[in-house]
Design a protein around this ligand. Structure first.
Ligand SMILES: *[C@@H]1O[C@H](CO)[C@@H](O)[C@H](O)[C@H]1NC(C)=O
Ligand SMILES: *[C@@H]1O[C@H](CO)[C@@H](O)[C@H](O)[C@H]1NC(C)=O
Ligand SMILES: *[C@@H]1O[C@H](CO)[C@@H](O)[C@H](O)[C@H]1NC(C)=O
Length: 725
């Protein structure tokens, strides 16, 4: 609704402007200067195509001699124009619009542009900006302007009669290394010349807007399937959008939407442009990929990450693998992966921590290998990225962008593998659309200033960024992104599909054998996936009748076999078994009436994690079988693993537990020991055929007087919690 209102307003204002100085027979030609067809140029070019604008590109393939464009310079542009515009010097029906191209998009067709131009009643109109540059001393020579108007000339965009423009660019000699903005500024500030060519500045951004210093004056608007930029200060809709100066990330962000790239009603229109297809290809005809796997920090659930990589749906014979592992404790995850899959890849290069290769060197090496092997794509995947979408590589290739990351984020969290904006110091800043992109409320392809974790780079980009990861002051990913930004190579992130997620790597219990056991808080999704029994939730379904091997002893599939195995390994690795003595310094009373040979969760710093497990997984089961009883959260002081071993503790005498209810999880399979089990005396009922990972739940301090039956061989491990003592 909103857009209509102010469109009226603009027409209202326009009506008071003097009428056009020429008739209908005008022709518009866009000209720009670009020495190479980089991503910025392609974005500009797309916009001219979109609006059917006739466009001439000068300078392609030539050596740029106008400086690095970060300081003064640009005289080369004037000299190119002088040469190229000569052919039009007699044309009085031709309107030429010059703009930069790497940081410009056009958002209107010729008719609209000419209409806006004609309303100026000028022969030549330059864009204007809020900074007087490069020579500040010229400020006072500029005509005054009203509040909200821009006072100073910007050479990034101008429009005018071919004849006049030619005269302007050729009236004086200029060196390639001279500053073009200063040249035009001096023309404009010379009142005689200004009058001669009837030059005006686009003070109100009717046509041009230079966004440096003006970002807070504009907002994106959508109308139907169209997107445009609205100047809130002047009420205008500029149609040449120039991301000049140091605001490239913000401009890139706006440009994701402009030129109808993404609109509220049509979504991502640009997403299906320039894509390639892998459909129907024989395996051997798939593009070759160098896959770099980087394990640079302790990373919980690495085993799963590697498994996802192994399951990516892409011919492994087209993939050269380079794996860099910097973490000793992860060799146990890497080795089985390589053992199972190495032979399937075209080639494998694996580096261990003992090879002592720093991260940036390894990453650079991977890019060089890619170049050497004449690969078509470099795919980097960090250990924290779980690509659960097996089509990921194919989607990325088919999207056909120079650098493209699939969106991955921590589950249900805003932490992701891209930044929507940069702070002034080059670090993270949140963009207005960041949350919508992370949570996939806005689906599309997003040009962003920083990506990490997993990304695909087209090989044609690699030669210009071979040292890209190396920067003394930045970590490898920040360094690469800075390099890419400086080279004007766009980084996109796509959330068009769900690709997977990131695990949280900080605060891991890295000193443990199986640090993942502690990850119920940091990585609850992955913890569940690895450790909870696949049929856990079946018990919660209303129709499920819970098994009772003895009266009021309920039996649930609770933990995975992996949990049982890792818990036992972790306990044996820790080794602090109590020995089953009555005197027990771990207890506040210092005395245990019915001692077992055990290790308490407090000893291995897992008490809080275990309470979380009780709250999240045990409490719902308890409420199902003992309805009406509910403590939130469940409490338990004693959570421990018991070991029955004929040479140590064989059995446990009859007792009541000091709990409201007790859970007892079998951590190994009955085939691993002889004898053993739990007998409930009141019912003369024993559970001996225990099931690994399954949990018994029974009342604690009444009715279920019980004993641990004698074990005669092997070892039996159980996990016990006395809940609500
Ligand atoms: C891939 O993208 C490039 C650059 O935008 C383009 O030139 C090329 O035509 C695209 N490939 C296909 C098959 O569309
Ligand atoms: C889960 O339950 C189904 C159906 O009863 C069964 O076939 C399957 O083996 C169970 N899964 C595991 C891991 O026990
Ligand atoms: C308990 O059960 C066992 C085996 O089921 C049986 O042999 C025994 O007689 C029972 N004892 C009592 C006291 O009922």
């Amino acid at each position: 609704m909103e857009p209509f209102l102010w469109i009226f307003l603009i027409f209202g204002i326009s009506a008071t402007v003097p009428q056009c100085i020429t008739g209908q027979n005008q022709e518009l030609l866009l000209v720009t200067i670009a020495t190479d067809e980089n991503d910025g140029f392609r974005r500009y070019y797309r916009s001219t195509k979109k609006y059917d604008l006739e466009t001439k590109v000068f300078g392609l393939g030539t050596q740029w001699r106008g400086g690095d464009m970060t300081g003064a310079g640009g005289g080369h542009k004037i000299n190119i124009l002088k040469q190229e515009l000569e052919q039009y010097k007699k044309r009085d029906d031709l309107i030429i619009m010059f703009t930069d191209s790497y940081d410009v998009v056009i958002t209107a067709n010729a008719e609209e542009i000419l209409e806006k131009f004609n309303k100026f009643s000028a022969r030549v109109v330059f864009s204007a900006e809020g900074f007087c540059w490069p020579d500040q001393s010229l400020v006072s020579q500029y005509p005054e302007v009203k509040v909200h108007e821009k006072r100073y000339l910007c050479s990034g965009g101008f429009i005018g009669y071919a004849k006049d423009l030619y005269e302007i660019v050729s009236y004086k000699d200029v060196l390639d290394s001279d500053d073009d903005q200063l040249y035009y500024t001096k023309v404009f500030l010379d009142a005689l010349l200004r009058e001669k060519w009837n030059i005006k500045l686009d003070k109100r951004s009717e046509l041009f807007i230079s966004l440096h210093g003006a970002l807070d004056e504009v907002m994106l608007k959508f109308k139907g399937s169209h997107s445009f930029l609205y100047n809130m200060k002047t009420g205008t809709i500029p149609v040449v959008i120039h991301g000049n100066g140091p605001i490239k990330p913000e401009f890139n962000r706006l440009a994701n939407y402009l030129v109808d790239g993404w609109t509220t009603s049509s979504g991502c229109i640009s997403c299906n442009e320039d894509t390639v297809s892998l459909e129907g290809l024989q395996e051997e005809d798939y593009p070759s990929v160098l896959l770099g796997i980087f394990i640079e920090t302790s990373t919980p659930f690495l085993r799963e990450a590697l498994q996802y990589i192994a399951e990516l749906d892409y011919p492994k014979q087209k993939v050269d693998l380079l794996l860099h592992n910097n973490i000793e404790n992860h060799e146990k995850d890497v080795e089985p992966f390589l053992k199972q899959y190495a032979s399937k890849y075209k080639s494998v290069n694996a580096f261990k921590p003992s090879d002592n290769i720093p991260e940036s060197a390894a990453r650079n090496w991977a890019m060089e290998e890619c170049i050497k092997k004449d690969c078509q794509y470099f795919l980097a995947i960090d250990g924290a990225a779980h690509l659960s979408n097996p089509k990921t590589i194919q989607y990325l290739i088919q999207q056909n962008r120079s650098v493209l990351a699939p969106l991955v984020a921590r589950r249900e969290k805003a932490w992701s593998n891209f930044w929507g904006a940069l702070s002034s110091s080059g670090f993270y800043a949140r963009s207005e659309d960041y949350m919508d992109i992370v949570f996939r409320e806005r689906i599309g392809l997003w040009n962003v200033p920083y990506i990490s974790g997993v990304y695909l780079i087209q090989s044609h980009v690699l030669p210009s960024i071979t040292e890209g990861y190396i920067n003394d002051n930045l970590d490898a990913d920040m360094a690469l992104c800075k390099t890419l930004r400086e080279k004007g190579i766009f980084m996109y992130v796509t959330n068009r599909e769900y690709f997977g997620h990131l695990v949280f790597v900080d605060d891991a219990e890295t000193k443990r054998l199986h640090p993942e056991l502690w990850e119920i808080f940091n990585n609850p999704y992955d913890w569940h996936r690895r450790y909870i029994h696949p049929n856990y939730s079946t018990s919660l379904e209303e129709s499920t009748v819970i098994e009772q091997p003895c009266p009021d002893v309920f039996w649930f599939p609770a933990m995975s076999e992996t949990f049982a195995d890792e818990m036992v390994e972790e306990m044996e690795n820790y080794g602090g078994w109590s020995g089953g003595k009555n005197d027990d310094s771990r207890l506040s009373t210092g005395y245990e009436n019915v001692p077992t040979d055990d290790i308490h969760m407090t000893q291995i710093n897992m008490q809080n994690e275990w309470l979380e497990f009780l709250r999240k997984y045990v409490s719902p089961l308890q409420q199902k079988v003992f309805p009406g009883y509910y403590h939130d959260p469940p409490k338990a002081i004693l959570n421990f693993v018991v070991k029955y071993d004929p040479s140590r503790q064989k059995s446990l005498r009859p007792h009541h537990d000091s709990s409201t209810f007790t859970i007892n999880i079998a951590l190994n399979h009955p085939s691993e020991y002889q004898g053993g089990g739990c007998r409930f005396i009141r019912y003369n009922c024993s559970v001996t055929d225990t099931r690994k990972g399954w949990m018994l739940m029974h009342p604690g301090r009444l009715t279920h007087y019980h004993e641990g039956l004698q074990i005669t061989g092997g070892k039996r491990y159980i996990f016990v919690s006395f809940v609500d003592p």
